[in-house]
Structures are given as C-alpha cells and as structure tokens.
Design a protein. Structure first.
Length: 47
C-alpha cells in the first residue's frame, strides 16, 4: 500500500443525492479542487 502525502477527506460526511456529492467521480473532483490528495472510502466488513 502506498502512503498518501497530503490532506485527505472521509467521503461519508459529504455523500448525498445532489451533485457533486452523488457520484464517486464527481466527489473526487470536488475534493481535488479543494486541494485534497486522497479520499477515504467507507466500507463494511463481514467480520
């Protein structure tokens, strides 16, 4: 796994029904426009 250098954002706090928060590509573009270098994607674990 690579180490990300720079600020990152947790997507779950922004995801929603309205653009740019309604698709992965759009929300990543939105974050990049604010200088974020990475995003954290929430996932579920079966364990």
């Amino acid at each position: 796994m690579r180490t990300i250098k720079g600020p990152a954002v947790f997507l779950a706090q922004f995801a929603g029904d309205k653009p740019p928060f309604n698709s992965f590509d759009a929300i990543c573009g939105w974050a990049a426009n604010y200088g974020y270098k990475g995003v954290q994607i929430p996932t579920g674990s079966p364990a």
